[in-house]
Design a protein around this ligand. Structure first.
Ligand SMILES: [Zn+2]
Length: 279
């Protein structure tokens, strides 16, 4: 039985009906995102120092061991007013920011996929695919911005998982392969031409990863968005002489943001753009 009703003039669009279950999934996505965000902070902070991922968390300032109630995502930061319980040193804003961003993006993915026609039978695999993509790109966004580093291991691990999930979901494999090759060769070519001066090897893996996450032709949109965003930040910095042509732009940061935008709205943006130039 179809309980959906259609508003006037909206005959071509499926009505969106929210059920209690939708809200439970949404809440779960947000809370799960907060917890994963907390884990991503550990990955971001420990990998560049070569520390183990497991093991107790300590204050980077006074080295005190942190109790479980100091590590509750978001709430501990608010309760401690952003300061270490022992030495009162300020806790980095990165912690609550990454937790909240992961929670918000996980929830956004739940909202978008629930509204998409045809996702229902594979909803959980699709959400899991989105969440792996979001996690890897969020880590890369922060590490390239803060340390000029892209973790190859994180990208390659996520690429394997996302490819497998896309196979389970039944995504067409040829466009995925084409997108992966475009993403990798786009940066591979620049790497060879500049002998590794313009970009790092990490950008090559990142390009391939975003390719198999968003497929073809969406990969072209992701690359274009990243370049537009990068240029709109770099050109004012160059003109105001805050940066020189020798400065390295954290391109992985722009590419990660463009990858997430394309994952969520790639089809809509491409439709809009093609309409604009062909009508
Ligand atoms: Zn401390």
């Amino acid at each position: 039985m179809d309980l959906g009703f259609t508003a006037h003039g909206q005959t071509n669009k499926a009505p969106v009906i929210y059920t209690t279950m939708d809200f439970i999934i949404l809440l779960f996505a947000f809370l799960f995102g907060l917890i994963i965000g907390s884990f991503l902070n550990v990955v971001i902070c420990r990998l560049p120092k070569g520390k183990k991922i497991n093991g107790r968390s300590r204050c980077p300032h006074c080295d005190s061991k942190l109790a479980w109630f100091d590590l509750v995502p978001l709430l501990s930061f608010i309760a401690l007013r952003g300061k270490c319980r022992h030495c009162r040193a300020p806790i980095s804003w990165q912690y609550p920011a990454v937790e909240l961003t992961a929670g918000a993006l996980f929830a956004l993915s739940a909202i978008i996929r629930q509204q998409e026609p045809g996702t229902t039978p594979n909803l959980w695999f699709t959400l899991l695919r989105d969440w792996v993509v979001i996690s890897a790109l969020l880590v890369t966004f922060v590490t390239d911005l803060r340390f000029q580093l892209i973790y190859d291991a994180v990208i390659l691990l996520a690429a394997g998982a996302v490819f497998l999930l896309n196979v389970i979901i039944g995504a067409p494999l040829l466009p995925l392969a084409i997108a992966g090759i475009i993403g990798m060769s786009f940066f591979g070519l620049q790497y060879v031409v500049s002998r590794g001066r313009w970009i790092g090897a990490g950008d090559i893996y990142l390009g391939g990863f975003i390719g198999i996450a968003v497929s073809f032709p969406q990969i072209l949109l992701a690359l274009a968005c990243a370049y537009l965003a990068g240029a709109s930040v770099a050109i004012p910095l160059l003109l105001s002489q805050h940066k020189t042509w020798q400065s390295r732009i954290a391109f992985g940061t722009f590419l990660s943001a463009a990858g997430i935008v394309t994952l969520f709205w790639g089809n809509q943006i491409l439709d809009w753009y093609l309409h604009l130039i062909f009508s």
